[in-house]
Structure formats: C-alpha cells, structure tokens
Ligand binder design. Structure first.
Ligand code: 3HC
Length: 272
C-alpha cells in the first residue's frame, strides 16, 4: 500500500519521501513503482520526461527523521495497534507542529492511534483501497479529536492526487469495510455451504452481481492475513457474528496462504 500511495503522490507532482525499515524493502517498492509508471509510458498515457520527473520526486530512506519536514505523513505499516501507536508517538516528536499525520488503517480506530500523540487534533485517517493506484476512493476519517483543518487537508490532498475522497467519522470499518468485510466473509462461508468452487463463486459474483473481480480473487489481492486481521478487529468492536473471520480463512492464514503476495491463496500465482 505504501508503494502504491507513493506512486500516486509522485505522479501527481508531489515531492515524496518513502520510509521503509530496511533499504532492500524500499528498493523493492521503487522497482514496483518504476514498473507501473514505466508501463504508462509504454501505453502512451505519459511521456518519458514526465516519468523521469515523477521518479525523481521520490526519495527513499530508512530514517524516520527524514519525515521531519513533510507537510503530510501517511502511515501504512503493519495493521497492529501497538506498533502504530509507537510510530505515531515518534512522529509526534519529529514532525512539524503544523504537519498533518494520517493513518491508512483499514479497521483499527484512528482515535486510539491518535491517543498516542500529544496533538490528536492533527491526526486523521486516510484510507486507500487496494490497488491504491487504480481504486478511486479514499476515506477521510475524522477521529474523536481531529480538528477541521487536518480533515480538509486530507480531503484536498485526496482531490489533488486525482482520487475521489469522502468524509466520515471514526467508526469500526469506516464506510466501505463496514459493508465489504462481512460481505466477503459471507462469500467464503458460501464456498462450503453451497459446495461451490472458488472459480465458480467468482464467476457467480462477477456475472450475477456485476463485481469487477470475484470475492476469492479480491481476498487474494487484499491479502488473507490483512482480511482476517480486519475481520477480527471489526468483530472485536461490533460483536456481530458476520464480522468474525470464517475458520477456512483463518486456517489459510495460519498455513501461510496469504494470497497474491505469498504466491498462493485461493489461487496460485507465479513469481512475476
Ligand atoms: N499500480 C499501478 N498500475 C497497476 C497496478 C498497480 N498496483 N495494478 C495494475 N495496474 C495496471 C495494470 O498494469 C494495467 O495497466 P495496462 O492497462 O497498462 O495493462 C491497468 O492497471 C489495468 O489493470 P487491469 O487490466 O488488471 O485492470 P482491470 O480493468 O481489470 O481493473 C481493478 C482492475 C481496478 C483492480 C478491478 O478489478 C477492481 O476494481 N477490482 C476490485 C478491487 C477492490 O474491490 N478493491 C478494494 C479492496 S478492499 C480494500 O482495499 C480495503 C482494505 O482496507 C483492505
């Protein structure tokens, strides 16, 4: 997600600092960005000079302090509350007081993340959808103490990078995941109940409900670990049975079948 967000930012003309924990991971993200941006040139959607300018706007670092001068920081680390709170406490110390600090969390509480900072007023949710460069939506999430300014900064940035932002409050799953996560869980339960194959379930939802990709393909794309974690977080908050991850998905996650990123989920994916 981080690479996708950085890609959108540089192609929209913003100087962007990408911070990873290890340089090889950052270089891998750069390679992915170069591949997709390069493809736009091959397809005639971008000129070579524009590609070069866009790529030159990306600086990679492992140092958190390199974010000290940014106007907007968008966090997209592991979906766990404690590491996010630790990071936000650190960002609180190193970022400018007028900077907006955003989290791309899928299902955690922005308010709880913001509580780790001394200035929760400048913390906002900016929730992008997978794959970030292609999906138009970004949810701009107002936490309990977020001030108006940071909400509007997040919204305006979303528009400037060519997305379609919507504003919402910090409730479990915000808008889309509140609906999509239980729906995908229902889809996985139907696999066993109706004894249908993943291929046929995908064909069903694509051809019978107009989905752009079937639910099994979508869960593979999102990441089975990410989906299970988001389901658990929503179940913990709402106690609605449909939010709980289906045992089949938990077993897949435990077996290391994480979807596209691990090479195998409901489907198999080759290295490329
Ligand atoms: N970055 C940049 N470009 C990319 C890309 C990426 N990550 N992935 C693919 N592309 C490019 C492709 O290379 C292709 O380029 P080309 O035209 O030069 O060949 C172009 O984008 C179009 O790719 P596709 O042919 O695969 O595009 P489709 O028309 O099939 O659409 C899709 C792909 C937009 C992903 C569509 O299938 C879709 O809308 N699927 C549903 C996705 C969805 O629901 N996402 C939300 C998940 S939930 C979520 O994210 C919440 C989170 O909290 C978990």
């Amino acid at each position: 997600m981080g690479a996708g967000i950085a890609q959108i930012s540089i192609t929209a003309g913003h100087e962007t600092v990408g911070r990873e924990v290890e340089l090889p991971l950052a270089e891998r993200a750069r390679a992915t960005i170069e591949r997709y941006v390069g493809r736009s040139v091959e397809k005639g959607r971008m000129r070579a000079a524009e590609r070069d300018d866009a790529l030159a706007r990306l600086t990679l670092t492992t140092e958190l302090s390199a974010l000290g001068d940014c106007d907007l920081v968008i966090e997209a680390i592991v979906e766990e509350l404690v590491p996010k709170q630790e990071l936000f406490a650190e960002l609180d110390r190193i970022t400018r007081r007028d900077a907006v600090v955003a989290t791309n969390t899928s299902a955690l509480s922005v308010t709880e993340i913001a509580s780790a900072t001394s200035c929760p007023e400048r913390v906002v949710g900016m929730h992008f959808f997978n794959p970030a460069p292609l999906m138009p939506l970004v949810e701009i999430v107002r936490a309990e103490l977020t001030a108006d300014g940071p909400v509007e900064t997040g919204y305006a940035f979303g528009e400037r990078i060519g997305k379609t932002p919507i504003r919402c409050h910090d409730t479990p799953g915000f808008v889309v995941n509140r609906v999509l996560i239980p729906l995908l869980n229902d889809c996985v339960r139907v696999l066993d109940e109706a004894r249908v194959t993943p291929e046929d379930l995908d064909t069903g939802l694509k051809n019978g409900a107009g989905w752009p990709m079937g639910p099994c393909t979508l869960v593979d794309l999102v990441g089975i670990d990410v989906h299970v974690h988001a389901s658990e977080a929503l179940y913990e908050k709402t106690r609605e049975p449909r939010m709980a991850p289906p045992p089949r998905l938990v077993a897949m996650r435990n077996a290391g079948l994480l979807g596209r990123k691990s090479g195998r989920g409901f489907y198999r994916y080759d290295e490329s």
